[in-house]
Ligand binder design. Structure first.
Ligand code: MTE
Ligand code: MO
Length: 411
């Protein structure tokens, strides 16, 4: 990002000030960006149109954990999303230590794999690229992605998930290279930042579909996403996707790490529901804070995903859950990836509640909050004062008022 790039607020302010002075002219020529950048810069790395101003927002409820006043978690603007890939600049951010991103020289970076292995090895980035690569589209979602009644927009209710094409080497390939010894059962994966964010995953998952990724959406992984190297643990909670990956230790049992501490519930029933994401979906249009200009035909659209595999079906209800209709899948369907769905809808101007419901390839069906309450044997209004147990994959209702305004309908 160039230092001259106007942030949205300034842009709006100066736009308003200019309008007040009657100075705004519709121009078809050069953009303000063009005026502040050399032709060489403009050609070197493309920028989005200055008419497009979709931005990430920090999570208000999770202020900085340290004295630096840095942002802890940052929400992706899902309301503006199209297709299934999150632009890298808008990928959500989940960090334990605020927005400090370690400054890692990829030439100096090493990945050490050791512990219960025959040949401990240290890989440079160039060496990793000498292994066959794979490119896979996967979502990442933070366990903190809980929808609450006070959240207004889909960015606030669901913005801690994003989806990218990740390129790298299968972890199983690297583990076979070092030779995993008998009795090994877990791997501990550690990041390079000062607190060494780490996570423990079972060897079976590590050998299944985990990826040591150096590429994101066709270019190197972004610094906020773990440059130059991150772990991808498809379908699992975000926290296991270790960024700035520098060390993998093969061990015989679960080890408590900085990340695992305080994160894994002591209640076994809840713990069983945190780890792999269940089937989940959300309508991104029309969604909270948006406004329908009048009655007529619209495209309801949204995203569905599941940690259990591919999305098999998405249903939409426009009558508060009394009846459901199959939505169309409008894009590619990859396992453990965001999947775009849609439906042509005629709004006659009446108040209504819109909801989407995902079924995945395992046959798991996304639950409503009432169903979750029943499962956990708590009263339905329990969630007025408590977050949902485990990872929240409950159905998100949006209320369209008769004036066309759209609101979070969680009660
Ligand atoms: N090294 C390291 N890895 C990390 C984290 C971290 O703080 N340090 N945050 C984790 C959390 S809580 C989440 S939700 C995901 C978020 O990935 P993203 O920032 O690329 O969206 O990264 C995980 N990996
Ligand atoms: Mo997270």
């Amino acid at each position: 990002m160039g230092p001259k790039k106007p942030n949205r607020r300034n842009f709006l302010k100066s736009g308003a000030a200019a309008a007040a002075a009657g100075a705004v002219k519709v121009t078809t020529g050069q953009t303000p960006v063009a005026e502040t950048k050399s032709l060489k810069e403009l050609i070197a790395y493309g920028e989005r149109s200055h008419y497009v101003n979709s931005i990430r927002e920090p999570v208000d409820a999770r202020p900085s954990p340290d004295q630096f006043g840095l942002t802890f978690h940052v929400l992706s603007p899902l309301q503006d999303s199209v297709g299934i890939i999150t632009p890298s600049s808008l990928h959500f951010i989940g960090t334990h230590r605020g927005s400090i991103v370690p400054n890692i020289d990829p030439k100096q970076h090493r990945l050490l794999i050791h512990g219960m292995v025959d040949r401990p090895l240290e890989f440079t980035m160039d060496e990793l690229k000498r292994f066959p690569s794979v490119s896979r589209v996967h979502f990442i979602e933070c366990q903190g992605n809980h929808s609450k009644a006070e959240d207004k927009t889909v960015q606030e209710t669901h913005g801690l998930t994003s989806c990218s094409e990740w390129t790298g080497v299968l972890l199983s390939l690297l583990l076979n290279e070092v030779g995993v010894q008998k009795g090994a059962a877990w791997v501990v994966c550690e990041g390079a930042e000062e607190v060494k964010g780490a996570g423990s995953i079972r060897l079976a998952k590590a050998m299944d579909d985990c990826l040591v990724a150096y590429g994101q959406n066709g270019e190197p992984v972004r610094p906020q996403q773990g440059f130059p190297l991150r772990l991808l643990v498809p379908g699992f909670e975000g926290i296991y996707n270790t960024k700035w990956l520098r060390r993998i230790k093969v061990v015989d049992r679960f080890y408590m790490t900085y990340n695992d501490y305080g994160h894994i519930s002591k209640d076994e029933e809840i713990a069983a529901l945190t780890l792999q994401w269940g089937p989940k979906s959300v309508i991104t249009f029309p969604s909270g804070g948006q406004q329908l200009p009048g009655h007529g035909t619209y495209q309801i659209t949204g995203l569905a995903w599941s940690g259990g595999g591919a999305v098999r079906r998405v249903e939409i209800s426009t009558d508060g859950g009394q009846t459901w209709k199959d939505a169309e899948i409008r894009g590619p369907v990859y396992p453990k990836a965001h999947t775009r769905f849609g439906m042509t809808w005629r709004w006659e101007g009446q108040e209504c509640i819109l909801q989407s419901r995902c079924t995945d390839e395992l046959g798991q069906v996304q639950p409503s909050r009432a169903e979750l309450a029943k499962f956990f044997k708590v009263p339905v209004d329990y969630y007025k004062t408590h977050g949902t147990q485990g990872t929240d994959n409950t159905i998100q209702p949006w209320r369209v008022a008769s004036d066309g305004s759209v609101h979070n309908a969680i009660v």
